[in-house]
Design a protein around this ligand. Structure first.
Ligand SMILES: Nc1nc2c(c(=O)[nH]1)N[C@H]1C(S)=C(S)[C@@H](COP(=O)(O)OP(=O)(O)OC[C@H]3O[C@@H](n4cnc5c(N)ncnc54)[C@H](O)[C@@H]3O)O[C@H]1N2
Ligand code: MOO
Length: 431
């Protein structure tokens, strides 16, 4: 249909409007669902809420190693006036709860952490508050007879019949443990979104042609390595197609091939600016694509474009390597999470204190590559990761967050609080 962009859609959008417009393209495009073996579901999003048939813990059990008693029997116990009780036996972890003796008034049962509470008992006295006896026990402190009394009730974590996790929950390590505990051999999840990346540029080669880089004729397509890695961390199944030369024909063919191959998201890098060889938007239009917008009021990443082509969302990331990674983190990453059905898809934004200064005169939202650390008062503090040119990928590698400087700030001053967006693929660690 070769929709030309409408005049309204060509005005550069403010950052959050651009983000919202991109995320809206996921509407109705969440991947289909499948039932997966539990151990294969790590990192996926649940496609239906999971309820538990069983209670966790499945029975009232001891929170301490010690003695199960009737609490009234030990109230007032002190070293000077211990309570002495005969011991009926032992409840070890794994014991049959139905075979345990009844703890009558004035008796005690030895019990281990996690073991079922015997009938009749309503408190566990930790071993440290007793003489540790085997036949008889002397209790000389009554602190454990108060409150919860070291009894962990049945269903405290999960009540039988209750909802365990909502649809859209991202399955992490502890989710696997909980799901295993309720007997979920398989779980309903959304399919991994398939993302195809098409990178163009006559100057680009992959590592197998590094001799041309050494000969001064080409540069390595660093984005062919960096971007798939970033997007895999969003849960995508990423495919890259061979580097595409800078002709409209070659790019149109490559995009058509990528769409024919089947994908949930088509990403292009480069060729989206105003240079003589910037054919991406034209190629998309030739395939019947509809551009949602082109250009955002941000730096880096200003020439970003997006739209739909053959019912597949398209995201056109600018070619400068840092611009590719910044827009990949800010836009592609959350879009992929949404396509994959994750309820949590926006990287966290937090207030941080800026400890450097930077000139940001253009009326754009600037994203500065920064390193966050915890300040002496606990407030996160940001320092520039290094020089901020859009071609300087090393400082992107050094950063763990992007500091958002609003359009009306022309100079970001030392000590000012700004919002930082945590880079979603970087573990937040400190030495
Ligand atoms: N006259 C103007 N020139 C530029 C503008 C502008 O508004 N007016 N915008 C600048 C901005 S901002 C960016 S970002 C870039 C984006 O341009 P393209 O998306 O068209 O990207 P290319 O021109 O293809 O490449 C730009 C730059 O990045 C290098 N590159 C491209 N792909 C890769 C890759 N896969 N791996 C590593 N490096 C890559 C390429 O060699 C160029 O140096 O346009 C500005 N210009
Ligand atoms: O945004 Mo370009 O992304 O400034 O280099």
């Amino acid at each position: 249909m070769n929709d030309a962009p409408t005049p309204a859609s060509t005005a550069p959008l403010p950052f959050d409007e651009a983000l919202d417009a991109i995320l809206r393209q996921a509407d109705g495009h969440t991947t289909e669902t499948e039932q997966l073996a539990l151990v294969q579901s790590l990192g996926r999003a649940l496609s239906a809420s999971v309820r538990s048939r069983v209670a966790l813990p499945p029975w009232d059990n001891a929170g301490m190693d010690g003695y199960a008693v009737q609490r009234a029997d030990v109230m007032g116990a002190t070293r000077a006036a211990p309570r002495v009780m005969p011991i009926l036996g032992i409840s070890a972890a794994g014991a049959d709860a139905t075979a345990l003796p009844w703890v009558q008034q004035g008796t005690a049962l030895r019990i281990m952490t996690g073991a079922p509470m015997p009938p009749g008992a309503d408190a566990v006295i930790r071993i440290e508050d007793t003489d540790g006896g085997i036949e008889r026990v002397s209790v000389f402190d009554d602190r454990d007879a108060q409150g919860r009394a070291n009894v962990r009730p049945r269903g405290e974590d999960v009540a039988a019949g209750s909802e365990l996790f909502a649809r859209g929950t991202t399955i992490g390590a502890s989710h696997l443990g909980v799901l295993a505990s309720i007997g979920a051999h398989t779980v309903p999840v959304y399919r991994t979104p398939r993302v195809t990346i098409v990178s163009s540029g006559d100057e680009l080669v992959l590592l197998d042609r590094f001799e041309e880089v050494e000969a001064g004729q080409r540069i390595v397509s660093s984005s062919s390595y960096a971007l798939p890695a970033l997007l895999r961390s969003a849960g995508a199944d990423v495919r890259t197609v061979p580097l595409v030369p800078d002709t409209l024909h070659a790019l149109t063919d490559a995009l058509a091939g990528a769409l024919d191959g089947g994908c949930d998201l088509l990403i292009t890098t480069g060729g989206v600016s105003v240079g003589a060889h910037d054919y991406t938007r034209e190629a998309l239009a030739a395939l019947g694509g509809r551009q949602t917008f082109w250009r955002a009021r941000i730096r880096p990443g200003g020439p970003i474009g997006t739209g739909m082509v053959r019912n597949v969302p398209w995201l056109g990331l600018p070619g400068n390597p840092v611009s590719t990674m910044v827009t990949g983190a800010l836009f592609a990453w959350p879009l992929i999470r949404l396509l994959g059905g994750h309820a949590g898809y926006r990287p966290l934004r937090i207030p941080v204190r800026f400890l450097d200064s930077a000139e940001t005169p253009a009326p754009l939202t600037h994203f500065l590559r920064v390193v966050l650390t915890a300040g002496a008062d606990g407030m996160p503090e940001a320092r520039l990761a290094g020089p901020q040119g859009s071609n300087l990928l090393r400082t992107m590698a050094l950063a763990n967050a992007l500091l958002m400087i609003p359009p009306d700030v022309s100079r970001a001053d030392v000590g000012t609080t700004f919002t930082a967006i945590l880079l979603p693929d970087v573990p937040l660690m400190t030495s």
